[in-house]
Design a binder for this molecule. Sequence first.
Ligand SMILES: C[S@@+](CC[C@H](N)C(=O)[O-])C[C@H]1O[C@@H](n2cnc3c(N)ncnc32)[C@H](O)[C@@H]1O
Ligand code: SF4
Length: 387
Amino acid sequence: MTGLPDPGFGIYVHWPFCLSKCPYCDFNSHVREGVDHARWRAALLAEIDHYAARTPARTVTSIFFGGGTPSLMEPATAAAAIERVAQRWSVAPDLEITLEANPSSVESARFAALAAAGVNRVSLGVQALDDRALAFLGRRHDSAEALAALAVAQRHFARVSFDLIYVRPGQSVADWRAELERAAGFGTEHLSVYQLTIEPGTRFATLAERGELDLPDEEAQAELYEATQEILGATGLPAYEISNHARPGAECRHNLTYWRYGDYVGVGPGAHGRLTVEGAKVATRAHRAPEIWLGRVEAQGHGAHEDVPVAPGERRDEMLLMGLRLADGVPLSRFRAELGGDVADLIEPGKLDRLVRGGFLSVDDQSLRATAAGLQRLNAVLAGLLG
Ligand SMILES: C[S@@+](CC[C@H](N)C(=O)[O-])C[C@H]1O[C@@H](n2cnc3c(N)ncnc32)[C@H](O)[C@@H]1O
Ligand code: SF4
């Protein structure tokens, strides 16, 4: 990727329901006995209308149905949302429309209808190819069901990705290498590999507090990370972001919009947005609780809980937090266009120099980026740069 990449303009739609709660997950996902699909569809469409009125004259480059488990949406709801986006904005000819799906047989039975609705990319939450690991992660599927769903997805969608979680208790580097080689062998153009994080408030956090989770130590984590880079790099799926690997050209355009600090609309409970309104960047955040969000949309046309300008310092921090996750880093021209100043003016030189000399960041006349060593410990690098 060279030149000045267009950050694009994306629409994120959040479906907050799941069949059960996974023990590691702190996403805004909820288990409900019944969902009134017609009400939910109407509310999502109303919120699309609300944000379209605030961002006229934009061209949508991606739509992303995330969750929760959006593969539990009625395909007619996804179809209606896609149609509404195309009525309210102009859309790019190569509009990317992704939907996150759980790899179960019930959900893969809907893939044909979702493809007919316009979805052209799916991201499957496979998580592991090992049944014991899947049981540990509290997943409802085993590896055979996940692989069957992957095959159905590959028949229906031109673009398929799946997620794996690693740094699991007892996971050896040899086992992970074998699992990754198998994963790369399914021929998808994209793979997301996340290190297991223990999020506060989850069941795993409780187990960890009780000393009942025996996770790989830092050294083992680094070895697992290095094996990931090596194997996926060698199989044609290099990392373009810390946890995301793709064949060159097959990167997720929607997520690139976030990482390039472009604008995006957030629709649905808990969704975040970043919009440029009359030249100023605005942050929006919807109420997280599904029923409160629904009630607010029905009463006032949107569920926004927060709608505030992003201060210049915060804007710089957000741009660096997102952009330094990318292998290509932050193009200096984007930095200037977004923030109205150069890296040398807007970042304390002492902090930058220290990280460059330490081999964690590099700057040339094109971009500021994290080196391989920097990417491996990005949180510490960002703390050193912005703290
Ligand atoms: C919203 S979920 C994906 C869709 C679907 N709900 C599913 O679970 O299959 C987003 C992804 O984030 C990853 N994830 C969520 N919580 C995580 C955690 N604590 N540590 C590592 N990865 C996590 C999982 O790989 C998951 O597939
Ligand atoms: S990981 Fe996915 S399926 Fe599990 S609770 Fe979170 S959003 Fe739901």
